[in-house]
Design a protein around this ligand. Sequence first.
Ligand code: SF4
Length: 243
Amino acid sequence: MIKLNFGNFLPLSTVDWYGRAVCVVFFRGCPIRCSYCHNFTLFKSEQLIGVDVVEDKISQALKFISGVVFTGGEPCAQPEALTSLCEFARNLDLATGLETNGFYPDVLASLVENNIVDRVFLDVKAPLSDPASYGRIIEGNGVDTSLRVKRSLEVADGIVEVRSTLFRSFADRDFVWRIAKDISSVDSVFVLNQGDPDHAWREKIRLEKPFSRDEMMELARVALDFVDDVRIRTREKGEERVS
Ligand code: SF4
């Protein structure tokens, strides 16, 4: 039996995949460390279970959902369990979505080639052409990670929704503009998430004042120079298309 380092299971969500009711499977463990991570309790510890336990949970949620989203932590860090669960969901005629930090482009490529993932929600945390700023957010090697994310972006061309989370300490119009430029080579939706300091890993982020909805809209408009479909997600108004 394939084992999964399991984080959590949410039987029903309407916010993880816009326009769909899905269940959400959280994988435990992540190879990088973002200062604003909300799921930092899933960084390291271990809770091994058989994938059949998660399969049962998905089956029980079946009548309420049309898809499954895999998130974490980083699901691609456990390719065997992820592949098996994507295949399981597909056999139930459920759409499969993957939230990933893009650190494992080869795993992503395998899922895409085998046609078992329908939508990739890819975190692009900083301009991909600026490894130093990437490194500041993930508190690690920005060169290696930004190159991996770039490859993941190319692999997911056409089925990708790029997501960037904005905090005052590092994001401004130029930051957003450069991310939009760096992702413009692929066919993608670009979603800017309003960073929520309250549950961040690092105290310096927890002390920040979040951007308002109007500030988010202002920041997002610059992305229209490169991407047609730009959206913001805020606590005040949910998801809105930017025009
Ligand atoms: S990639 Fe995601 S799970 Fe990993 S540290 Fe960053 S925000 Fe947290």
